[in-house]
Design a protein around this ligand. Structure first.
Ligand SMILES: Cc1cc2nc3c(=O)[nH]c(=O)nc-3n(C[C@H](O)[C@H](O)[C@H](O)COP(=O)(O)OP(=O)(O)OC[C@H]3O[C@@H](n4cnc5c(N)ncnc54)[C@H](O)[C@@H]3O)c2cc1C
Length: 278
């Protein structure tokens, strides 16, 4: 096989599942058997998904790392490449290269309480954490999932949150900025949830993704509650082109999100993350 890091490998769309309007989970399988067998990834990492003749996009892998032959990617249709992907069908071929980037600290989190904070429309990167823990429940303490959106309409994965709520040793907290009449959960920004969620700073580890303004506010609130910066992890999103720390599109401070990220320990990214407009 040609060992070119820019070369996408043909992969079949084995299955497409519609999650909500405009969001699909694509189950992908490399066409090459040796590649399929040798491929390994960790939750938090991403692949570059290539629609031939259109372009490539970075997408998190949300399936289980112990089943690397079928790779799930939950994709929101937003523009050129994802729009072209939506027009493809099961059995069609796309290009795939990866996995890239850093992973969630799932080994370090063993025996600890895991707090997952997400916000906005995209929660794909943390879905891999939740699925991973659900499959290995005995290794982790309580799992607390906190999710905040602007309005009830923005709560794309309602069914998913309901299912997670039924998992053993798992708590789910939902909040919206602007409720409607039917809304029966919390109201306010996600950081308000910390008033009702018990956090033991010594035995907790926090993983979050979502709008950066939300993550900044959440990190500040956690730090003020005594959670150390090295117990907080964020997954960042940047416009990416090469995914191998070559083109510089995703640079943040001295790091490249495609290589040192997308998952960063907070103390390692804090000075640049707190700088506006970087
Ligand atoms: C590490 C990483 C993991 C990601 N994981 C997922 C995932 O699991 N599921 C998913 O749906 N999306 C994910 N994304 C975002 C995804 O890469 C973008 O939505 C995609 O590149 C849009 O491409 P497009 O050609 O369809 O849209 P375009 O035509 O390029 O743009 C449509 C709109 O989206 C904006 N946009 C483009 N790329 C990005 C980006 N990287 N971040 C923020 N805004 C962008 C543009 O500015 C424009 O407003 C991830 C991004 C990164 C960096």
């Amino acid at each position: 096989m040609v060992n070119d890091p820019f070369l996408p490998h043909p992969a079949e769309i084995a299955e497409v599942r519609r999650e909500t309007p405009g969001v699909y989970t694509y189950r992908l399988r490399f066409r090459d058997e040796a590649l399929r067998r040798g491929y390994r990834f960790l939750p938090g990492q991403f692949n570059m998904v290539y629609v031939f003749g259109v372009g490539e996009v970075a997408i998190s892998i949300v399936s289980d790392p112990d089943d690397p032959e079928l790779l799930d990617h939950t994709i929101r249709i937003v523009g050129n490449v994802t729009g072209a992907l939506e027009r493809l069908k099961e059995g069609d071929t796309i290009g795939l290269r990866g996995p890239y980037g850093s992973a969630w600290p799932l080994k370090e989190a063993e025996g600890k309480e895991v707090i997952v904070v997400t916000g906005g429309l995209g929660c794909a990167p943390v879905v891999s954490v939740i699925n991973y823990i659900a499959q290995r429940r005995e290794r982790y303490g309580k799992l607390k999932i906190l999710h905040g959106v602007k309005t009830p309409k923005d709560l794309l994965y309602r069914e998913r949150f309901r299912a997670w709520e039924r998992h053993p040793n798992t708590e789910v907290y939902l909040t919206v900025d602007h409720p409607d009449k039917a809304w029966k959960y919390n109201v306010g920004v996600v950081t308000n949830l910390f008033d009702q969620v018990e956090i033991d700073p010594r035995h907790s580890i926090v993983m979050m993704c979502g709008p950066e303004i939300m993550m900044r506010a959440t990190a500040r609130s956690l730090l003020s509650r005594g959670v150390a910066a090295d117990r907080i992890y964020v997954s960042l999103e940047r416009n990416m082109k090469c995914a191998i720390a070559f083109c510089g599109h995703c640079q943040i401070g001295p790091t490249f999100v495609c290589r040192e990220g997308p998952v960063y320990r907070y103390d390692r990214i804090q000075p640049w993350f707190e700088m506006r407009e970087i």
